[in-house]
Design a protein around this ligand. Structure first.
Ligand code: SF4
Length: 234
């Protein structure tokens, strides 16, 4: 595929992924814990819905400590307008994050991380045991500033390889170099977040859910897992 054709296909993929997941809203001005909560809420929800939930929590509660000491029923009631069947799971994850942070640092903020070295930040966020690696990487990148290199999670590399947009690469650094060459800088962050979500929820390593994939029409890999053109499972 020529470079121009690859660029055009990358752009098509970005627009296609915005349909199920929503346009990426980057929250650079949010405090770090608010950003973490947003990313936690985003799992399985699109960006608009996750941002709406975050705004409700910010408006209804004085601070994250008040959220921490609230019961699951109170939190579910505050978020009831979202009417989602996964509300129990979201509330449980949110409470687990705040409880883990309280246990670790007696805190309901993450700004102290800015005083730490990157390795210590990563260790602490991972040790909380609630945030998956994709979220940890996005938070680390946000704290490191706009000039730092955004890592490319495995899920994103996997989907790009299966779509035939990049050759199989063996490191996230190599994948990032390819993407930086082909994408506009302002699209790169949105692209990686959407691809990461897609890689985690649909284009999974062992059992990709090609029948539910919005990229199925342009994917070469689908045939290997038994999906005909048009997305119908064989
Ligand atoms: S069609 Fe299947 S293999 Fe291709 S991107 Fe979608 S989920 Fe992944």
């Amino acid at each position: 595929m020529s470079e121009a054709a690859t660029r055009a296909k990358l752009s098509e993929v970005l627009r296609a992924l915005e349909k199920p997941y929503g346009k990426v809203i980057v929250l650079p001005e949010e405090p770090t814990l608010d950003h973490a909560v947003f990313l936690l809420l985003r799992e399985g929800w699109d960006y608009r819905k996750a941002q709406r939930a975050l705004r409700i929590l910010q408006k209804e509660y004085v601070d994250w400590n008040e959220v921490r000491v609230s019961s699951p029923a109170e939190l579910k009631s505050a978020l009831a307008e979202l009417g989602d069947k996964d509300l129990d799971v979201k509330v449980e994850k949110l409470r687990s994050l705040l409880a883990a942070l309280w246990k670790e640092r007696n805190a309901t903020a993450l700004e102290f991380l800015r005083e730490m070295q990157p390795e210590s930040r990563q260790r602490l966020l991972s040790n909380l045991g609630v945030l998956h690696q994709g979220i940890v990487q996005v938070l680390l990148h946000a704290m490191a500033g706009p000039d730092s290199a955004l890592p490319v999670p495995q899920g994103a590399v996997r989907t790009l390889t299966r779509l035939g947009l990049i050759d199989r690469v063996h490191s996230d650094g190599a994948a990032r170099k390819v993407l930086e060459k082909l994408l506009d800088p302002e699209d790169l962050h949105a692209y990686l977040l959407l691809l990461t979500q897609h890689g985690e929820e649909i284009c999974q390593a062992k059992s990709p859910r090609c029948g539910e994939c919005v990229l199925v029409e342009s994917c070469k890999f689908k045939r290997k897992v038994g999906v005909k053109d048009g997305g119908e499972e064989e």
